[in-house]
Ligand binder design. Structure first.
Ligand code: AMP
Ligand code: MG
Length: 347
């Protein structure tokens, strides 16, 4: 199959909408990461997403809508006042809500779960594509399973060339991390996956929020993941990634030592550093994560891909505090490292 890469024009959107309606896949930009979309009401079309990504069949997808009215047919309840407050405040935007599903939603979308995840994205191209298709679009991130999520059309092409007919190129994604996933089936909203909408913001809107424990640690033996995606090693570069946390000075010292040891043992190490700390690493090989958490969120997946392209086999990354947007960044980085996180003081 030939994969076309087209800028977002009315003609490209019309072609993309027609492909979705005929059961094909289209990759498209959103404000979080690029999505790989199919008609969310067509189980056979949705199955193709799993094939193209090599995604495990028990990992459900998010149904994307382009207007609030499109929510009701997908869910089996009326949204609670809390859910409505979240939708008013954060939709369209990088927030996914989980509700009991209606019979309209095929099992392929929810991987057999009785709940469905729904998002109303803000990106104009994503909304225009859903409008052009005339159906909700089921979409996970447009990477091959296990690879870092794509934040540019070029990343999608790296992973999907020859596997899908069309990629809409809308430039780089603004948030750079996947949406905040919030389970709305209990009393209190529960964050299953942190993202651009922070727990603090959710608490401000709803008066309360719970954050699933599995956000900052690996699942225990036999533990059932509330968000099935959480159980897979994800976002991973090919090289072994170690995260070093602690006081900045101690972190820099520890990373210099780890790098030098690694190099002495014949490896090709690489450092991921906040912009301001780069001089501390001298002439060692360093890539910048940006100046702050927001820039880190936008750049982290691209840097993990760069690490692969550079053939790095030992990667040492600085940590940021796991609060606010930093929680989402550290969740992704932690999972990329299979939670291999060391304290700088110990070195
Ligand atoms: P992706 O956008 O590729 O990261 O995949 C969507 C994520 O949403 C997965 O990690 C799922 O675990 C999560 N998700 C989707 N539907 C549900 C659901 N019904 N319950 C819990 N998590 C869900
Ligand atoms: Mg994904």
């Amino acid at each position: 199959m030939q994969t076309q890469l087209l800028p977002v024009t009315p003609e490209a959107l019309a072609r993309a909408g027609a492909l979705i309606r005929s059961g094909e896949l289209v990759a498209f930009p959103t404000e979080t990461v690029y999505g790989l979309g199919a008609n969310a009401l067509d189980g056979a079309a949705v199955k193709r997403i799993f094939e193209a990504k090599g995604r495990p069949g028990d990992n459900p997808l998010i149904a994307h809508i382009s207007a609030l009215e499109q929510l009701a047919p997908l869910i089996a309840v009326r949204p609670s006042p809390t859910a409505r407050a979240l939708m008013d405040a954060c939709w369209p935007g990088p927030m996914t809500l989980i509700f009991p599903k209606s019979s309209l939603v095929p099992d392929e979308v929810t991987a057999g779960l009785t709940t469905v995840a729904v998002r109303f994205p803000a990106h104009p191209a994503a909304r225009a594509l859903i409008d052009a298709a005339g159906v909700p679009i089921a979409a996970p991130s447009a990477n091959r399973s296990g690879r870092p999520s794509p934040t540019t059309a070029k990343h999608v092409l790296e992973d999907m060339d020859g596997r899908i007919p069309l990629i809409l190129d809308g430039g780089a994604c603004q948030v750079g991390l996947e949406s905040t996933v919030i389970d709305m089936t209990g009393e209190t909203p529960r964050v299953l996956r942190p993202g651009g909408i922070t727990p603090k913001r959710i608490a401000e809107i709803c008066g309360g929020v719970a954050v699933d424990e599995a956000v900052m640690r690996p699942l225990k033996e036999g533990e059932v993941a509330r968000s099935p995606g959480m159980k897979y090693r994800h976002y991973a570069p090919a090289g072994a990634l170690t995260i070093v946390k602690g006081e900045p000075g101690a972190v820099e010292r520890a990373i210099r030592e780890l790098y030098d040891e690694s190099q002495a043992s014949g490896k090709r190490p690489l450092i991921l550093s906040l912009q301001g700390h780069i001089p501390a690493y001298g002439d060692r090989r360093v890539l910048s994560l940006g100046a702050d958490e927001a820039e880190m969120a936008r750049s982290i997946f691209a840097r993990l891909r760069d690490a692969d392209a550079l053939g790095a086999d030992a990667i040492f990354s600085e940590a940021v505090p796991a609060d606010g947007l930093g929680l989402a960044v550290m969740n992704r980085l932690g999972r990329a490292a299979a939670f291999h996180i060391v304290e700088a003081e110990q070195h």
